[in-house]
Design a protein around this ligand. Sequence first.
Ligand SMILES: CC(C)(COP(=O)(O)OP(=O)(O)OC[C@H]1O[C@@H](n2cnc3c(N)ncnc32)[C@H](O)[C@@H]1OP(=O)(O)O)[C@@H](O)C(=O)NCCC(=O)NCCS
Length: 395
Amino acid sequence: MKETDLETKNIGLRGVKVADTRISDVNGEKGILIYRGYNIADLAPAATYEEVSFLLLNDHLPNTQELERYGAELVSERNVPGAVLETMKLIPKSAHPMDLVQAAIPMLASFDPQLHSETKEANLKKAVRLIAKIPNLVAAWDRIRNGLGPVPPDPKLTHAGNFLYMLKGTPPDPETARDFDICLILHAEHSLNASTFAGREVASTHAHIYAAVAAAMGALSGELHGGANSEVMRMLLEIGEVGRAKAWVSEKMGKGGKIMGMGHAVYHTEDPRATVLRKICERMAGRCEDSRWCGLAKAVETATKEEFKKLKGKEIYANVDFYSASVYHMMGIPRDLFTPVFAISRMSGLTAHIIEEKYAEAQPKPELYRPDADYVGTYCGPEACEYIPLDNRAS
Ligand SMILES: CC(C)(COP(=O)(O)OP(=O)(O)OC[C@H]1O[C@@H](n2cnc3c(N)ncnc32)[C@H](O)[C@@H]1OP(=O)(O)O)[C@@H](O)C(=O)NCCC(=O)NCCS
């Protein structure tokens, strides 16, 4: 066994650094998240998603002209090719929206006029196209599966407001549009999480950006990653009322079950995004007819913290998915679109990482990720097993 094998095996790469990045920094001990040098606690209340998206892709905050140009570019790239929308109509209505998103991305690739240009400028354009089109794709799928026609994007609306408009067919009130904008900012980037690593790994093979993004979407769909937010809502719907939270959590954790939206592989204190989302949850509850979800989420959070302390003798904290679930529910977003909404937002950070990977911008590095594994299967002796032809094998 080589010395380097020792601590990197069977630990899910936790704590193993595989790359340098200039895009974001997650300080798990202090609960700080930095996008290109800026603290999200400062960006969330003041910036727009368009500004943050530009920052992630271009390594600086835009000036007025740059932001105008970038916003206009996003608006002009929103339309999804009609052939893609027609193909979506042929897919069973029961298809999970994340499968739909993952499948539609390579279809978008074939319509990209710059698909085979691998310059950085071309890849930045492709990133903008993906960021602009995914919200349209998600909203259109929700309409199509409900027997409705897709709503064309409204160029006057922001990235956030336009998504809610395309989903429902009526523009959101300005407060909800802004709160959704903040949600998108908070989910836009998070260093080398599972889906971003998947995307970078695929990009390292020189596959195109659409292939890398599609792979990342598969990783994002799992319930231990981007799928957690919709599982949180499933749990809240099942619990139903504050009075049942404590007993439900205690029973679930007593059986070794996990409380979705709680705990994090990197943060050992509160996820800074959850702090902002809790406030949005309170605001949404204040202007929503069915306001019980925020109170219920808080009761589940408290019960989980108490139970975890009792069982494991340590703290557990809410992560980004915990409060985003009730926030999206109160915004009228269907539960199985929560993860696609995560994808809509993460498209900025993800494409920034894929471009960083392609051009080794942070640090020269060997091309192509290629980890290793120790074979622990059968050998039948010092050499390989003897191959016995099929007819001679014992039945
Ligand atoms: C995110 C997650 C996978 C991180 O896992 P991790 O890195 O193994 O976390 P930890 O090392 O802190 O886990 C320590 C212990 O707490 C338990 N634990 C962690 N999260 C838990 C949760 N949400 N509910 C109950 N127990 C939990 C683990 O099972 C582990 O138990 P063990 O010591 O008996 O093996 C995990 O917290 C989880 O599954 N959370 C729920 C899913 C979720 O919200 N995912 C979205 C993340 S943004």
